[in-house]
Design a protein around this ligand. Structure first.
Ligand code: OAD
Length: 259
């Protein structure tokens, strides 16, 4: 493992433009169930692909609201883990040492990257920190939400229900954010993929776009994924262990370039 960590560190130090692309796996060690885990019934016995949809909301807005408030409570009570923190430190290290540009793209709707200290995060699937009207799209703020209500609040402008500002199944990704993420994937020379199964389109295209544009792809995951085919390096293991180890190898390389 040390050898491939060292090799990955060398690739990182040599790269000029780095994208880190994360999925639910990075938050797993903080105690947030991944989507695949959740389908086994961990979140209130509800299948996310049924409830996280416009149909689910129309059929039972109260259920969808309570499900998201339950997720929000889970997210609020947990902390960023060593994987989130290693990404912040990796950004700082390579920016200081070799002047890289770094882009962090996540599929997660939690705010654990931000709470770890990542200043700019492209949230492809939106964020549970924001809410919007289901009709007029006016923005509503987390602090105004009654988290124990059994129904979503109504929009003050048009009276329609308010919903989380997240991407549901069948909906398109936020255009500007996806365009920025795609552009970063196209021009990066290294993409570090962490904790995503690669099953959800179109976010799962990003590693393939990076690879097709000539970038090196490194995949960090306890299980092989859809990206195994294009990943030059597969770092098998949990993000909270692998990323701090990768950070340490990279630190040694930047401090002693000859070793
Ligand atoms: P998934 O739940 O599909 O996959 C989680 C991945 O994390 C799996 O490949 C696990 O092997 C891996 N994993 C688990 N524990 C890990 C750990 N400690 N360290 C690193 N990896 C670990 O989650 P995503 O790929 O993020 O979409 O799913 C993408 C999208 O599917 C989500 O954003 C969501 C969902 O449906 C929407 O909500 C639109």
């Amino acid at each position: 493992m040390i050898d491939i960590l060292r090799h990955s560190g060398e690739l990182l130090v040599r790269a000029r433009r780095v994208v880190v692309f994360t999925g639910a796996g990075i938050s797993a060690e903080s105690g947030i169930a991944t989507f695949r885990d959740a389908q086994d019934g961990l979140w209130m016995g509800v299948n996310p692909s049924t409830v996280a949809s416009q149909n689910g909301f129309s059929e039972d807005p109260g259920l969808v609201w309570r499900w998201y408030m339950h997720r929000l409570a889970d997210i609020t009570r947990v902390e960023p883990n060593p994987g989130h923190i290693a990404i912040v430190d990796l950004f700082a290290l390579v920016r200081r040492a070799v002047g890289h540009s770094f882009t962090l793209v996540t599929q997660n709707i939690d705010d654990l990257h931000e709470r770890a200290g990542s200043p700019q995060v492209l949230h492809l699937h939106g964020s549970l920190a924001r809410f919007r009207c289901n009709r007029c799209r006016s923005i509503h703020h987390l602090q105004d939400m009654d988290r124990s209500a059994s129904l979503p609040p109504s929009c003050l402008l048009c009276g329609e229900f308010v919903r989380p500002d997240v991407v549901w199944f069948g909906e398109t990704l936020p255009g500007q954010t996806f365009a920025e993420a795609t552009a970063a994937a196209r021009r990066c020379d290294l993409m570090l993929v962490v904790g995503t199964s690669g099953l959800v389109y179109p976010a799962n295209e990003l590693p393939f776009i990076a690879h097709a544009s000539g970038a090196t792809v490194i995949d960090v995951n306890p299980e092989p994924t859809e990206f195994s085919r294009v990943a030059r390096v597969y770092l098998q293991g949990r993000a909270g262990t692998v990323l701090p180890a990768l950070l340490e190898e990279t630190r040694l390389l930047t401090e002693n370039p000859q070793t």
